[in-house]
Write a protein that binds this ligand. Sequence first.
Ligand code: 13P
Ligand code: SF4
Length: 322
Amino acid sequence: DAEKAQYKARIKQLLIDQNAVLVAHYYTDPEIQALAEETGGCVSDSLEMARFGRDHPAKTLIVAGVKFMGETAKILSPEKTILMPTLDATCSLDLGCPIEQFNEFCDAHPDHTVVVYANTSAAVKARADWVVTSSIALEIVEHLDSQDKKIIWAPDRHLGSYINTQTGADMLLWQGECIVHDEFQAKALRELKKLHPGAAILVHPESPASVVELADAVGSTSQLIKAAQTMANDTFIVATDRGIFYKMQQAAPGKTLLEAPTGGNGATCKSCAHCPWMAMNGLQAIEASLVDSDKTNHEIFVDDELRIKALIPLSRMLDFAK
Ligand code: 13P
Ligand code: SF4
C-alpha cells in the first residue's frame, strides 16, 4: 500500500545517503527480503550473511535478522557500523545458552573440542574452538570426528542429535532448542503427506528427530531452497520458518509449497512456523535504525577482548567453508 511504498522509498534513499547496505535472512518477511534484493543487499542463510557483510565495501551494514547475526557481522568487520532494526530481536538458542553455565559445562569436559552454532552470543563464541552454521555443521563435525576429537556441541539439541546420528561422532549435547522448529509435529506431518503422496518433505535440522526422520531432504535454509529447485517433485512440504517461501517460490516457480504442520493453532503454539524475533524486522524499524539519532536500540557493539577471541573460531569456519 501507499504507506509501505513511502517507507521503502525513504529507506532506499537513506541507504544511499549513509553508504549502507541491507543484509536480510530468509526468515524475515517477504517485503524485507525484496527490499534487500532491490537495493543491492543480500538475502541468504546465516553463513552467507556473514560472508557478504564482511566482504561488502559499505560503511554501514543494516542486519535484518536476529542479534547473533549482527554480532557476527561486528566480529568480522569491527571497522563497520552494524545497525539492526531492533536489538530486541534475539533467538531462543542464544537465550538458552548463557555464558556462565556454558563455561561450567566446558570446564567440566576440558578434553573436548567446543563446537557452537552461530546462534549464540559473542561470549559463547569466544569460548569455542569452532563456530558452525547449519549449512556447514555436518562437514565440520565429520572433519573433527576423522581426527578422533571428542566434541561439545551447543546449543541446539535437535541439530546436534541429527549430526550425531549422521556422523557417529562422540558428542556431548547442550539441551537448547529453537522455539520455531521445535513445534513441527511428526504425526500431523505424516497425515499431510498421505494427502499429498507425491510431495517431498524438506526439513531444517533444528526440527525434532521424529520430523527429521520423515524428510526427503534435510538441510540449512539455502540447502532446502536448492532442494526445492532441483528435486523432480512438484509439491514440497516444508518444515522451517515460513519466511523461506519467498525465496523458495522464486527458485522453484510453478511448484506447490506447503507448510509443515506445527503443534497448535495460532492461539496455542509459540511461534507457528514464524520466528517472532525475525518478525520484528519491519519497514518502520529499518527506517528507524537509519534515522534515529540515538542508536541505543540499533547499534551492535562487541567488547574488544571477546571480539578478538570469537574471531578465531568464526574465521576457522569461514576458511573451512571456502
Ligand atoms: P540457516 O539460515 O543457517 O539455516 O539458519 C537457520 C536459523 O534458524 C537462523 O536463525
Ligand atoms: Fe532462533 Fe529459531 Fe528464530 Fe532462528 S528461527 S532465530 S533459531 S528462534
